[in-house]
Design a protein around this ligand. Sequence first.
Ligand SMILES: Cc1cc2nc3c(=O)[nH]c(=O)nc-3n(C[C@H](O)[C@H](O)[C@H](O)COP(=O)(O)OP(=O)(O)OC[C@H]3O[C@@H](n4cnc5c(N)ncnc54)[C@H](O)[C@@H]3O)c2cc1C
Length: 497
Amino acid sequence: MDVDYIVVGAGIAGLTSAYELAQQGSVWVLSKSSPANITTTWAKGGIASVMSPVDSVALHREDTLIAGGGRCDPDKVDILVREGPARIQDLVAMGVDFDRESGQGSAYHLGREAAHQRRRILHVGDQTGHNVHKAMYRAVSQHNRVTMVDQATVVELLCESGPNNKTRCYGCVVYIAGCRQHVYAKSIVLATGGAAHMYAQTSAPEGCYGDGIGLAHRAGAKIRDMAFVQFHPTLLYGTNFLVSEVVRGEGARLRDLSGDFIMDGVHPDRDLAPRDIVSRAVAKTLRAGSSHSWLDMTLCSVPIARRFPALHAYCIANGFNPCSQLPVVPAAHYTMGGVQVNENGETTISQLYAVGEVANTGVHGANRLASNSLLEGLVFGYRAARHIRTNGIESNAVSSQDTKWPERLPEASGLDFKIKAIRKLINESVGIIRTRSELIQARDTVQQWQSQGNFKDSIQAWSVNMMLTVGMHMIDDSLAQTNNCGSFYSTEFKSPE
Ligand SMILES: Cc1cc2nc3c(=O)[nH]c(=O)nc-3n(C[C@H](O)[C@H](O)[C@H](O)COP(=O)(O)OP(=O)(O)OC[C@H]3O[C@@H](n4cnc5c(N)ncnc54)[C@H](O)[C@@H]3O)c2cc1C
């Protein structure tokens, strides 16, 4: 099958690229998960962007750089904050109806989140991701040059040596409902999301194993900063439901089991300190023996049912009182590391781009500023597509190749136990607080598992292999760190707090 462009992933980043690319040629959007089960749809709090006269791109830039712990790429941050408002207008044009202060035509209602000096979080109730995705999916799938393909798992990027001895990517191998297909294209955009589901305790949907990072690594692309994983401090205990930070923006505060405020004396911004600092403070109370901490909702200054209807409904349906103390724990939430790209989403392989959470643009440094990731998907998804449109190759001559992949591949092969074991290992060894000895032990275990597997007899087996590849990157990059910075914290280095 020949198309002009392949986009792997149908989250905010992939849909942004697909929409732009469709203005120029045919696009296949491949997605292994249904829209209900991707991270974009699960996003709650909103999208950070400068929309108010009391805010400025300089302040948004400053907040992003500070949260990133000195490891952001300032030029990329500049692009993010400057181009953000235009991309928000694109969403509005697609039909996203962000909440306003008091009805049609009034100013946007802007939420507040940790480490933002101003209110700048655009939202649609507390189900922003769901509403944004719905509008984007409709706009993209209605385009006559776009083919949306679900149940489509990409298992290999097809590459060969290109001009100047640089590797070029000319297509991919994908299983669509278990049947193999080779798809060839002039450019391939990876938009496969992050790897937070590598952890047993996570806010991310199933399947977020960092496939794109594994695929790109196998193809020879550079992977960067995999030591940096963001943990969100408030996953509702015993569930996979995230209590958004906007709740703390409206006054809720974290208490330990004795009732003391956890963030008092830790950081001047207390519960609205950068996420890495809050998560670490909570993790320290848990290491002292608590099963969870409390989020005191009685301090919220807004009516909870009205401002956070999804949270309210979930709590009521699951036996929690949303207006009282909610039990919460930190959970793996976001992957700062990923496939190394430049300001146009170009990877180190020709014709291969990466956008969204799978990519490492450098905008998040060692700790992402809350609500900057949907924005990143929009800004860099758009830039990558624009770059392809103006610089992409004219035609994609493919010398047909024998494939080593079978024509049909079953979905599962009884490896649930292995996936569980990997997630437990990563949770325990590559968590909020790491030790060198645990990391070394984890590396040995992953190496041993890698040497044992036949990873080609099912999609699940392939997935296990990808998880081991991604896990190894997390461990190796953690072992390579020389100091504590942002979300990376090891007991052997000096504490930043
Ligand atoms: C609970 C939760 C709440 C969040 N809230 C916010 C928020 O309020 N604001 C904010 O800015 N960020 C938030 N985030 C982070 C943000 O949602 C994500 O970073 C962002 O949605 C990632 O978008 P994406 O397009 O890169 O990937 P995703 O939305 O994760 O989409 C990835 C796509 O790739 C596909 N895919 C993966 N592997 C393969 C493969 N091998 N073959 C084919 N397809 C594949 C998937 O099926 C999917 O279609 C939140 C995250 C979580 C978990």
